[in-house]
Write a protein that binds this ligand. Structure first.
Ligand SMILES: Cc1cc2nc3c(=O)[nH]c(=O)nc-3n(C[C@H](O)[C@H](O)[C@H](O)COP(=O)(O)OP(=O)(O)OC[C@H]3O[C@@H](n4cnc5c(N)ncnc54)[C@H](O)[C@@H]3O)c2cc1C
Length: 454
């Protein structure tokens, strides 16, 4: 009998991984703890339950990176996308679903699949190598005992129990007539650079107005069960810091010491610093700007910062209860834990963010595991595809020192050469066209050179 694949967690990622592997001929045991043990957010015992919104976001495969990811997943035979398409509700350009019909469709497909066995149990520790190939897809609300076991295997500081997300800006949308590159005190960084940060200056009036906006801006609330998460002092939201005193930020994340605006040759009253967030240098993180401000408020208030008037945000800030590992440090390119390669990780626990991204990483993990177990191998998706761009980001493209969960966005894709002069909307459309062309080659069996059987 063919070797079996164990998958822990029957959420978005685990369900998709099970489907992909089973469709590739691999027998799967899917271990799901509900209803034996619940989570703080799930309400049912269905597979692939949507714990909050019923939207998979934009379905525009031409201009939007998550819409492109939908399309790539459809073409790769995704169960999650098939069920979403079958259960969709009117929602303009978004793909929204009837949540109960959606979960029922996923549950039916897996429960009736001849190669899938469903086992309702909590797995309380990381399986040993005797289990053979395992995918861990237990999500942001991984049960406490398994979380502790993952922490012990990876090192406690490589596993987070909450996220503290600062907004990320597309570099090309920053106004460099105002912004300048400089490291504080021109101090040499680990990479040898002395001008590693992008700096945005605020004079005293601009700073005071900015602080007032932060305090007045509309915030989202923590859910009752999130309130006890012990992170506040370690990672305060910027507006909470601002509430401690008008000048607190000017002595904290916005301190200007060691920086000089080259245009005025002065030290500004306050500075917003952005740090490079991906190897491609397309995405820049607003240092210390984790926030519970509502998304629309973030866009409005952060665009009042000089140099960010036209900022395009690849990700907006947030703080949530979440469980995720430091994937860029811990996982190899095929999602295997480097220290225990019989274990793969998939879904939100790998540090992607969102239903679609979680399912996408499940799709890849299922294919990689199936390729390995069958001996056929599975090529990596090209980094020019949405699947490949997301995978490359979490398995090495992102900076491991500051790794936080990420949505799919065009900033993760390799740029076109400058000489091609493709900008704005045309750039997104060209990236989408390139992605779907390269995806076809991958689905036909050619991909990036390295394969999952290696
Ligand atoms: C409260 C909340 C709201 C969210 N809202 C949204 C949203 O609106 N839109 C969006 O795009 N994303 C949202 N997310 C983020 C994320 O997209 C979802 O959490 C998504 O479900 C993640 O998919 P997953 O497969 O990684 O995890 P899940 O879908 O959570 O699946 C994990 C599964 O593992 C099971 N499990 C956990 N531990 C064990 C164990 N030890 N043994 C066996 N089974 C186990 C769980 O019961 C669960 O079924 C939200 C997250 C949270 C926590």
């Amino acid at each position: 009998m063919a070797a079996r694949l164990h998958i822990i967690g029957g959420g978005l990622a685990g369900s998709e991984a099970a489907w992909q592997a089973a469709q590739a001929g691999i027998p799967v045991i899917l271990h799901e703890m509900r209803p034996v043990r619940g989570t703080e957010a799930h309400q049912t015992d269905s597979l692939a339950e949507l714990v909050c919104s019923n939207s998979f976001r934009s379905d525009d495969a031409v201009n939007n990176a998550v819409g492109l990811l939908h399309e790539e997943m459809r073409r790769a035979g995704s169960l999650i996308l098939r069920a979403a398409d079958a259960c969709k509700l009117p929602a303009g350009g978004a793909l929204a679903v009837d949540r109960h019909a959606f979960s029922a469709a996923v549950s039916d497909a897996l429960e009736n699949h001849p190669r899938v066995e469903l086992s309702r149990e909590e797995i309380t520790a990381l399986p040993t190598a005797e289990w053979g190939s395992v995918i861990v897809a237990t999500g942001p609300l991984t049960s406490a005992s398994l979380g502790a076991s993952i922490g012990a295997a990876t090192g406690e500081d490589q596993l987070a129990f909450f996220d503290a997300i600062a907004p990320i800006v597309h570099r090309e949308s920053i106004d460099f007539d105002i912004a300048w590159f400089q490291s504080r005190y021109d101090k040499e960084g680990p990479g040898g650079g002395v001008a590693d940060y992008i700096n945005l200056p605020l004079n005293e009036d601009q700073y005071r107005r900015f602080v007032a906006e932060l305090l007045a801006g509309e915030k989202t609330d923590f859910k009752q069960w999130e309130k006890s998460t012990p992170y506040f002092e370690a990672c305060l939201p910027i507006e909470v810091m601002a509430a401690r005193g008008e000048q607190t930020l000017a002595f904290g994340p916005m301190k200007p010491v060691g920086l000089q605006d080259p245009r005025s040759s002065q030290r500004p009253h306050a500075v917003v610093q952005l740090r490079q967030d991906n190897g491609l240098g397309t995405l820049w993180n607003m240092v210390g700007f984790q926030t519970k401000l509502k998304h629309a408020e973030q866009v409005r208030i952060f665009r009042s910062i000089p140099g960010l008037e036209n900022a395009q945000f690849a990700r907006l800030g947030g703080l949530h209860r979440n469980t995720f590992i430091n994937s860029p440090r811990l996982l190899d390119s095929q999602l295997r834990l480097k220290s225990r390669p019989h274990l793969r990780f998939a879904g939100q626990i790998t540090g992607v963010e969102g239903y679609v991204e979680s399912a996408a990483i499940g799709l890849l993990a299922g294919r990689f595991a199936a390729g390995e177990l069958s001996g056929i191998g599975a090529p990596l998706p090209p980094p020019t595809t949405a699947l490949g761009a997301l995978l490359s980001h979490i398995t090495g493209g992102a900076d491991a020192r500051t790794f936080q969960p990420m949505n799919v966005n065009f900033g993760l894709f390799p740029e076109f050469p400058k000489s091609a002069k493709i900008r704005g909307k045309d750039r997104k459309q060209a990236m989408s066209a390139r992605a779907l062309r390269d995806l076809s080659c991958w689905l036909d069996g050619a991909g990036s050179k390295e394969t999952a059987a290696e």
